[in-house]
Design a protein around this ligand. Sequence first.
Ligand code: PMP
Length: 381
Amino acid sequence: MIYLDNAATTWPKPDSVYQAADNCLRTMGANPGRGGHRMARAASMLLYETREALADLFGIEDANQLVFTHNATDAISMAVFGIINPGDTLVTTAMEHNAVSRSVRIAQSRGANVYIIPCTPAGQLDMNAMAAAIRQKPKAVIMSHASNVTGTIMPVAEVGELTQQFGVTLVVDAAQTAGVEEIDVNGMGIDLLAFSGHKGLLGPQGTGGLYVRETVAVKPLRAGGTGSLSESDIQPEFMPDRLESGTPNTPGIAGLKAGIEFILKTGREAIQARELALTQQLLAGLNSIPAVRVYGLPGIEGRTAVVSFTVEGKDCGQLAHVLDRDFGIACRSGLHCAPWAHQVLGTLKTGTVRFSPGYFNTAEEIGQAVAAVREYTAREG
Ligand code: PMP
């Protein structure tokens, strides 16, 4: 199979990720932070080390400000419902994934005011409109670091400079960028960072995290056992326990740690460079097919490894089905859980086909994928 669906979840994972998850289940399969015995202590140590590794990766000074979540969606819900109250104003962008847009709509239904900042047809933020909105001092801005439909990278650092100046909380959805793009929470002015563990960080599904700056009060979405202050029926105030109740996904986190170690060993920049080289090849190949229309920015500048396209006269769902059936190519078609972004692109009715290369794809695979699209476009009907 030629797997080109890495924007949904990366596959394959490095071998060390499979081994670490397996080893964890076999040798550290106890409940971390809940027992004093050696296996529970080993599991606690694993969580501690993974938290530290993630904190290092994102420039977070106190690793305890980072909590493990099920995925980026979970982290975004925790952020939005944890900071927004009725009457607050929340600013977001027109390119958001449903993880953000649906959370924002629920906040709105509970009495928050919502402003959606427009984007260009290539998915670029209208920075003037964003700056004007921030000057009105909303409670928070929530935005993605990169679109999962066009790969367009958002000017988070520029927004962060303004949100810091006007005392606005900046929440960033880094589902598409964590592990691949550089992220520095202080340098970029990020107050809350939500990320997936199973995409660019190369960990298993069911992993993700949320970083919370010390100065931001986040109400817990979940309450329950933390292994700490067990005598009290009140949720602990301190982090990470405040936001991290219940048994964690320890085997997943073991795999995530191995994924981070793979990134550190290989070099984040080397991974990014490889993905972008494959993306450039893909863009050139798809653009050379007259019936294909590629969305987003023209090149790899300002883009992550995501390419959405349509083929004139062909149905996207059918194209993705044939690519799988006849060519063994795994990709995604439709709206990619991001109807707002498709509204911006003008593809809300048709959707797009999305190829998202990952570090383990090869130039040969990209060549085969382009050839498959070329062959399909030439077919009748
Ligand atoms: N935001 C964006 C931009 C995404 O691409 C995704 C995943 N498609 C999510 C949020 C949700 O991530 P997760 O699957 O980890 O919940």
